[in-house]
Unconditional design. Structure first.
Length: 238
């Protein structure tokens, strides 16, 4: 039953905000008992596909699938394997490089325009580390969208949730203003990438971005760091 309701939600047959039929109707439709129905609700609620409200005006409503849920499960899997943070940063770099390599020519001008707008926004945030950190993650997400590949984007989103959590932990562990010089370096790198993309030189853009991401990894986790995903997510995903 949970599988069928999940299928209806992710396929769009049940839209975000829609109420599910009453418990009586669902039990009759699926030929199940109330405990079975409520177990299905529990599963879907744990996946954050529905929200169940209690009381006289309660019931279940459809939620938008949340990439954060997948990120949490991915984080648990990575934690169970003792995955080092450097591994996450390397995987993120591979995904972003791949997105540049397969950039969709039809959508490339629009995507470059979006990235250029983000560069302009970043210039106003570079002195504010928390704000720039969030902006930086958005820029990297937009780089992945160059590939116009949904699977690539979903995989990258899971890693970006972990990286965003690490960014927050990194900022909290250092004095105010510590990251401003790194923000300026990142801002220049963003502008350079947009320039290379605008010139249509995807090969040079990919190589440049690889070097930049290697620098980011070195700055954030070092070369011999023992820090793992569990160190970052233990508090963030409680």
């Amino acid at each position: 039953m949970a599988a069928e309701l999940r299928r209806r939600i992710v396929s769009g047959e049940l839209e975000v905000g829609d109420p599910l039929p009453s418990e009586g109707k669902l039990m009759s439709q699926f030929g199940v008992s109330r405990p079975t129905l409520r177990e299905a609700f529990r599963i879907l609620e744990s996946e954050q596909l529905i929200r169940v409200l209690r009381g006289a005006r309660g019931g279940a409503r459809v939620l938008k699938p949340d990439p954060g849920v997948a990120a949490r499960y991915t984080g648990v899997l990575l934690q169970s394997n003792g995955t080092p943070l450097a591994d996450v940063y390397r995987a993120r770099a591979v995904l972003e490089e791949s997105a540049i390599a397969i950039a969709d020519g039809r959508r490339l001008p629009a995507n470059i325009k979006r990235l250029d707008a983000l560069v302009a926004e970043g210039a106003e945030l570079v002195e504010s580390t928390p704000a720039y950190s969030e902006h930086d993650v958005l820029f990297h997400r937009t780089v992945v969208e160059l590939g116009a590949n949904i699977t690539l984007k979903v995989l990258a989103d899971m890693l970006f949730h972990i990286i965003a959590a690490h960014n927050r932990a990194f900022i909290a562990a250092h004095p105010e203003g510590y990251d401003v010089p790194a923000n300026r370096v990142a801002q220049r790198a963003h502008a350079k990438l947009v320039k290379l993309l605008g010139a249509g030189d995807l090969g040079s853009a990919q190589r440049y971005w690889r070097r930049h991401l290697e620098g980011v990894q070195h700055y954030m986790v070092g070369t011999d760091s023992k820090e793992t995903v569990v160190d970052v997510l233990a508090a963030s995903f409680r």
